[in-house]
Design a protein around this ligand. Structure first.
Ligand SMILES: NC(=O)c1ccc[n+]([C@@H]2O[C@H](COP(=O)([O-])OP(=O)(O)OC[C@H]3O[C@@H](n4cnc5c(N)ncnc54)[C@H](OP(=O)(O)O)[C@@H]3O)[C@@H](O)[C@H]2O)c1
Length: 292
């Protein structure tokens, strides 16, 4: 095909295409290519967010990381807390709880409370909750936490659980004031992990886009797990962050959570309801304000 096209050009008296590329064309092509490469690198840098630059050492400290067999937890564990599930179908845990609220909030709530004595004894110590930007628009539906009355929505349930992370972290900071235990919450970014494992059920197209390991869109627009672990590590090790206890972070910097994540009354009620659900009594769940 190529040689017959060339022959056709010669027959018509035209120069073949390649012979017509001038040096200035080459400069232009080079400039376009360089611009594309630079744009790609800048986009990736912007998506990567921040990198934790702290050199703080954790000698003698114990770090508990939940969900560390894969995803961001694995990367966090590799360098120095959380478990997560997103948009699964309506599944009920052994304890009778809807899975997303149970895995993303109640499990951490109970674990943290069971560790509070040790956290205080080994203070300064920190609790880092991995929430999500998906807390925006979330609502803690106290009358129907587990979707017994309303129709189940995987997204609404995910948002509720991620808002619970923000409110739990804030309330923990309030209750732990003066004890040397501080609490942080964060959005890790949008990251290429296994979190999308349930999305196929709801959005088959999105699953196709997200699940191909070398998919160009996910390579362009999503963080790597290592990049996604940076804000967790930042919250865990950055010196002097104690004065920011109760705050929300993203891209290794403090950010403003959504208004629904700042509601002290809802945060207190969530703590009380969560205590009842996981079977903690009020002596297990200290309230510094109440006891002082
Ligand atoms: N990836 C993102 O873009 C993104 C964005 C915002 C927030 N986050 C948050 O980051 C956290 C971790 O997500 P990831 O991206 O690292 O996801 P991942 O790769 O799917 O890892 C999730 C972890 O949670 C565990 N898990 C899942 N279902 C569970 C269940 N029913 N019971 C107990 N454990 C369960 C998994 O264990 P198994 O593998 O054993 O099931 C795994 O260790 C989540 O809280 C998520 O909401 C992630």
């Amino acid at each position: 095909m190529k040689s017959s096209a060339k022959a056709a050009c010669w027959r018509s008296g035209q120069q073949p295409m390649m012979d017509r590329v001038t040096p200035s064309d080459r400069v232009n092509y080079g400039a376009v290519l360089a611009l594309a490469v630079i744009s790609f690198m800048l986009l990736r840098k912007w998506i990567a967010g921040g990198v934790c630059k702290s050199c703080a050492r954790l000698d003698g400290k114990t770090v508990v990381i939940t969900g560390a067999n894969t995803g961001i937890g694995r990367e966090t564990a590799k360098e120095m807390a959380r478990r997560g599930v997103m948009m699964c179908p309506k599944l009920i845990t052994e304890d009778g709880f809807e899975t997303q609220l149970a895995v993303n909030h109640l499990g951490h709530f109970l674990l943290t409370n069971l560790l509070l004595g040790m956290l205080k004894r080994s203070s300064p110590s920190r609790v880092v909750n991995v929430s999500s930007v998906a807390h925006i628009g979330g609502k803690i539906e106290f009358d129907d936490l587990f979707f017994d009355k309303r129709p189940y929505s995987p997204l609404v349930s995910y948002k509720q659980s991620k808002l619970a992370n923000v409110l739990f972290s804030k309330e923990l900071a309030r209750r732990m004031k003066g004890t040397g235990v501080s609490s942080y919450c964060l959005h890790p970014g949008v990251i290429r992990t296994e979190l999308n494992r349930h999305i196929l059920l709801w959005y088959p197209m999105m699953k196709t886009i997200l699940s191909l390991p070398m998919n160009i869109l996910s390579m362009l627009l999503m963080k790597t797990p290592w990049q996604g672990a940076q804000t967790s590590i930042y919250c865990a090790v950055t010196e002097g962050l104690e004065r920011k206890s109760g705050c929300y972070f993203s891209d290794c910097a403090e950010k403003d959570p959504a208004p629904e994540g700042k509601d002290d009354a809802v945060a207190r009620r969530l703590w009380e309801e969560s205590s009842l659900l996981v079977g903690l009594n009020s002596t297990d769940t200290p309230d510094c304000k109440r006891s002082s």
